[in-house]
Ligand binder design. Structure first.
Ligand SMILES: Cc1ncc(C[n+]2csc(CCOP(=O)(O)OP(=O)(O)O)c2C)c(N)n1
Ligand SMILES: [Mg+2]
Length: 639
């Protein structure tokens, strides 16, 4: 006798839907709640259709748009131009909504899906929730190999989508419709858990997407995923408090977790109560407003002198929501006090444990409040705070010339950043991810609100900026959203300009044209590699290298061809005018700024470990190697 399956016994409490339709209907009913605020979790689906999803999930999205079932919430479809980009858009959206809301992405099988792998890695590394729905090969194997199928002669269940496994926080493949039920529930748990979140990937074989099944109606009821604020365990809090009380030169390092947890007020109260200076990472800048007397700014490889001096001297580092990347620790050279210890407040035990810290596994806001209360009456020595402020004032004097016009034909990009920082409102958003810009911005930008500074620096992925501007604008329509895009980055992923035009989203794209890679060029030169292969030049008949004339590539004309307004400027004064016009416009605008490839950049005080060849015939490399070996001396584990 065959055992009846749950769906068959449920009678009228089932709904017959395809897997694609069930996914859409389920996603439209999901909500999050934090601090009493309940909102939709998945606000829409970006997608690019192919044979893998056009008749499955694509049909379901169409049906939702033109003929929704009674009680089915809407699930708007947005069309992207490149699958990697649409994941970036979703990440930017989720980050702007403090990880409480996000978007889904559907791609066809094969290249459409693997195009999303880079986006998945970025989301997982940055700990930002996105739901990826790559299509997959036939579960039935009836037509193998389907167009774009990887064939593994040793294992028929291996597909290209297995490439998502290491870059996803949750990975599943739905071979049979009924598997969808536990899978969707598990996926939502991971998406909404601050400690686990990242890319969540559910692969949907193309035949299964179109297969009908009697799903239990209860699957589609409205669900609320409560996003908690875990509080510190009392004993852990006590240990952390004891460490802080015994410190004389403590610093806080605020990371992205402080922003996603919306812990700014708690951080400010903690700094005010304890007098501990606050340094920030790329993801954490703005957690404490730049005008706060204890906000010292960026620490680490691209950090400022004041923050790095305090980090070098610190006897206690309190990490709040930070992963301690090599940029933050200056490749393990930032903290030079031989007795330095760490207290790490992090919702994820993995991060809290770094550098042999006293672990406080808790939500940033709840943890900061608990620490402040437990420390009541205690303050860091007054001279410590005074010294921090004096160091910061000295740094500001030192970098003031960065914002003034330089004695050179084209502006330094720092002049443009100074102008932007002044022109943008506190709640406007500046976006960047890669090139020479993150370093300058980390050192110079004054973020006056937690959302203003949107730097993707976990994956530092060229090509994030432009599609991210879409995501931020969708999440914060009231803000001016400015993406700063290097010319190299622009050439890697300009496609989503078409989406900006199609959706008529008013963003401002600032493209810095310096005919190459200022960042990697400078890195190459300082590491003995003579800027080899870092400029955009014609191949020269004489040298045989890419060091001939500049390319004729015309970025403004390229942007104009998408139907976007473009201004081209070569001075900071003209940039200011162009920005004001862009602000006043009702539509998106691009401003192409011709800048100097060689900077100058702000004086740096951090170090970044980029190994130099240990043997070479080139003198430049030999000299760089000698310097590299000397610079390694302070590198250490914090045990
Ligand atoms: C996808 C990707 N490929 C390569 C790199 C390595 N990389 C970092 S910056 C950079 C050059 C960026 O050039 P551009 O956007 O023009 O900025 P600039 O350096 O001129 O400021 C490269 C190749 C990266 N971060 N991301
Ligand atoms: Mg460039």
């Amino acid at each position: 006798m065959s055992v009846p399956r749950p769906a068959e016994t449920a009678g009228s409490d089932t709904i017959r839907l395809t897997v694609g339709q069930a996914v859409v209907r389920f996603l439209a009913a999901q909500h999050t709640e934090r601090d009493g605020v309940r909102q939709r979790l998945i606000l829409g689906t970006f997608g690019i259709f192919g044979h893998g999803n056009v008749a499955g999930l694509g049909q379901a999205l169409l049906q939702n748009a033109v003929d929704p079932a009674e009680g089915e919430a809407d699930m708007p479809y947005y069309q992207a131009r490149n699958e990697q980009n649409m994941v970036h858009t979703a990440v930017a959206y989720a980050r702007t909504r403090s990880r409480l809301q996000t978007l889904a992405c559907t791609a066809s099988i094969g290249p459409g899906s693997t195009n999303m792998v880079t986006g998945a890695a970025l989301a997982t590394i940055d700990r930002i929730p996105v739901l990826l729905l790559p299509s997959d090969v036939f579960a039935s194997r009836a037509v193998d190999p389907v167009l774009q199928q990887l064939e593994d002669e040793r294992a028929m269940d291996v597909t290209v989508n297995d490439a998502f496994r290491p870059v996803s926080r949750y990975f599943d493949r739905i071979w049979r419709p009924a598997q969808l039920i536990p899978s969707l529930l598990a996926a939502m748990r991971v998406l909404t858990d601050p400690a686990e979140t990242g890319a969540v990937t559910i692969c949907l074989p193309q035949d299964v997407q179109a297969e009908a099944h009697d799903f239990p109606a209860a699957l589609f009821r409205e669900r609320t995923w409560h996003v908690g604020r875990p509080v510190p365990e009392p004993a852990a809090l006590e240990r952390a408090v004891a460490a802080i009380r015994s410190a004389e030169r403590p610093v806080v390092i605020a990371g992205g977790g402080a922003i996603y947890s919306e812990a700014s007020a708690a951080l400010e109260a903690f700094a005010d109560a304890t007098g501990i200076p606050v340094l920030d990472t790329q993801a954490g800048k703005g957690a404490l407003g730049a005008d706060h007397p204890l906000c010292i700014g960026g620490v680490g490889a691209t950090g400022n002198d004041a923050a790095n001096t305090l980090a070098a001297e610190a006897d206690l580092v309190i990490g709040v929501g930070t992963r301690y990347t090599d940029f933050t620790t200056a490749s393990h050279t930032a903290f030079r006090n031989p007795d330095v210890r760490f207290v790490n407040l992090n919702v994820k035990a993995f991060d809290a444990a770094k550098h042999s810290a006293e672990m406080v596994v808790a939500d940033a806001r709840a943890g900061l409040d608990a620490l402040r209360e437990a420390l009541a009456g205690w303050q860091a020595p007054a001279e410590h705070g005074e010294r921090a402020r004096a160091l910061r004032d000295r740094w500001e004097e030192l970098v003031a010339p960065c914002f003034a016009p330089h004695d050179q034909e084209l502006p330094a990009q720092t002049e443009i950043f100074g102008a932007l920082n002044e022109l943008m409102d506190d709640e406007d958003v500046v976006i960047n991810a890669a090139g020479s810009m993150p370093g300058d911005l980390q050192a110079l930008w004054k973020a006056r609100s937690p959302r203003q500074y949107h730097l993707e620096y976990g994956y530092s992925c060229m090509g994030y900026e432009l599609p991210a501007s879409l995501g931020v604008k969708m999440a914060a329509p009231e803000a001016e959203v400015v993406a700063i895009i290097g010319d190299g980055t622009f050439q890697m992923a300009p496609q989503e300009i078409a989406t900006i035009v199609a959706e008529d989203l008013k963003v401002i794209l600032v493209i810095l044209q310096n005919h190459g890679w200022s960042s990697i060029g400078a890195l190459s030169e300082s590491h003995g590699s003579q800027r080899f292969g870092t400029k955009y030049r014609m191949r020269s008949g004489e040298s045989g290298l890419l060091d001939g004339d500049k390319l004729p590539f015309d970025i403004p004309a390229n942007i104009r061809s998408y139907g976007l307004e473009v201004a081209e400027v070569s001075s900071t004064a003209d940039f200011r005018d162009a920005y004001r016009r862009a602000e006043a416009s009702e539509h998106a605008t691009a401003i192409v700024v011709n800048t100097d490839l060689y900077g100058p950049h702000p004086p740096g005080s951090g170090w970044w470990d980029v190994p130099v060849s240990a043997t070479s015939r080139l003198e430049s490399t030999q000299a760089a190697r000698t310097e590299y070996e000397a610079a390694l001396a302070p590198q250490r584990h914090y045990l």
